[in-house]
Design a protein around this ligand. Structure first.
Ligand code: APR
Length: 316
């Protein structure tokens, strides 16, 4: 049977994610939902009308959902659900400022996902990311491997872009890695970063790497400050769509994602940015990588920071 993916939230992040998923042409159906009357149906019409030009067969279906779960029947049978519902940052806000508002939204969405798409893999992108991922698992009661969050691919892509620009090399020659939280305790991993297969540390001085690390950590805020009305969506949607594709294709690709960590790196019982092998069941396994002492210490610190916040979301 053909694959079905649902994107909840038809804002900037959701609509661009739906577009990318449709253009892959690997799904039978892309469902996009929102609480705004008409918006998802309008986007679906528009996307379907691009099929003849872009050359894809995937059908896009847009559905408005109601406060009591009206409309959620449309997501039945989804293999993957991407949750983008929630407010985005405005200039000066941290992701954590969205916590209470988005917790209410994500809980309501997750409960409906559990009811109508009980075997789906859930990919959370709403912010604050690590907390919303933990909350979605609690609200769905899905096995922890079936709920994961998108952040590491995005942070990694930002880091790679900054390195490529600084060295004036093709972005394809750059490999970087970021772990930890999608926030202040993000952990860029220079020891695992390369340019043309050679260590990043040989390609630029330590101070410049540190500058780019800081720029990466502030990557989202820099976009917010320029856009003024919302947050980034092109790079975020590229990352989320790739994750959904990896699930649908049971690809086994290893990606940096927000996953439940249970013993790896000596860390347990927390959703945290780590590398993981992605397949039809969501996270097949967390892939532990070699870190130097500083990076390991930063990852442990990130784990404790998000653990404290994730404890709060269960009551939200
Ligand atoms: N169910 C479905 N959709 C909802 C719900 C809900 N309960 N509540 C809000 N939405 C929708 C809004 O109607 C809006 O269309 O979520 C959409 C959010 O869109 P934008 O405001 O454009 O925000 P976007 O840039 O898409 O970001 C979404 O991703 O990166 C994170 O921090 C960002 O949490 C934010 C999320």
């Amino acid at each position: 049977m053909g694959k079905k993916v649902t994107v909840v939230g038809a804002g900037f992040y959701g609509s661009t994610t739906a577009q990318r998923l449709a253009e892959y042409d690997v799904f039978d159906t892309v469902v996009i939902t929102d609480i705004v009357e008409g918006k998802p149906a309008g986007l679906a019409l528009d996307l379907n009308q691009s099929r003849a030009i872009e050359g894809f067969e995937t059908k896009v279906v847009g559905v408005t959902t109601g406060p009591n779960g009206e409309g959620y029947e449309a997501i039945e049978g989804s293999d993957v659900v991407v949750i983008t519902a929630g407010l985005a940052r405005k200039p000066g806000m941290s992701r954590m400022d969205l916590l209470e508002t988005n917790a209410k939204i994500v809980r309501q969405v997750a409960e409906n996902v559990a009811k109508y798409a009980p075997s789906a893999v859930v990919i959370v992108v709403s912010n604050p990311l690590d907390e919303m991922t933990a909350l979605a698992q609690i609200a769905t009661q899905f096995p922890k491997n079936r709920v994961l969050g998108q952040a590491g691919m995005l942070d990694t892509a930002r880091f790679s872009n900054f390195v490529a620009e600084a060295l004036n090399v093709p972005v394809a020659s750059v490999r970087t890695l970021t772990l930890g939280s999608h926030g202040d305790t993000m952990v860029p991993v220079p020891s695992r970063s390369t340019v043309n297969g050679k260590p990043l540390r040989d390609a630029m001085p330590a101070e410049q790497i540190e500058e780019l690390v800081v720029k990466t950590r502030n990557g989202g805020a820099e976009v917010v400050a320029l856009l003024k009305t919302g947050s980034a969506y092109y790079a975020p949607s590229a990352a989320a769509a790739r994750m959904a594709k990896a699930v649908a294709e049971d690809s086994g690709d290893v990606m940096p994602v927000c996953a439940w960590v249970d013993g790896e790196y000596g860390i347990s019982g927390v959703y945290l940015g780590v590398e993981a092998e992605i397949g039809a069941e969501g996270v097949r396994r967390v892939v532990e990588t070699d870190l130097d002492a500083d990076e390991r210490a930063s990852l442990l610190a990130a784990a404790e920071a998000v653990r404290a916040k994730q404890g709060d979301v269960s009551s939200m």
